[in-house]
Write a new protein. Structure first.
Length: 94
């Protein structure tokens, strides 16, 4: 029998938001373990900022692929998008 891991497997969720395509961000990728590592790796390789928020990831992971986020998450995801936009502007100005 294997011992349980000391730390839960890492999870990741990727969102996409395009105002012309949808009213709210959509889940475009999600996974645990090696898949999560690949999602994060690809984001970093493409200059996409990564924000770590385990509780938000847990909620978003419950959504289906291509599903828009529910209204209840608009505020927290808006804060996340504000972080991404700020990070993007800072990296472009340096």
């Amino acid at each position: 029998m294997r011992e349980p891991a000391k730390y839960p497997r890492k999870s990741a969720v990727a969102l996409r938001y395009n105002l012309q395509e949808a009213d709210a961000p959509r889940v475009i990728a999600k996974g645990k373990g090696l898949v999560a590592d690949k999602i994060v790796e690809q984001a970093k390789e493409n200059g996409i900022p990564v924000q770590e928020d385990p509780s938000l990831v847990q909620v978003l992971a419950g959504l289906e692929l291509n599903e828009q986020i529910p209204v209840e998450l608009y505020q927290v995801v808006a804060e996340l998008l504000a972080f991404v936009y700020r990070t993007d502007r800072q990296s472009r100005s340096s």
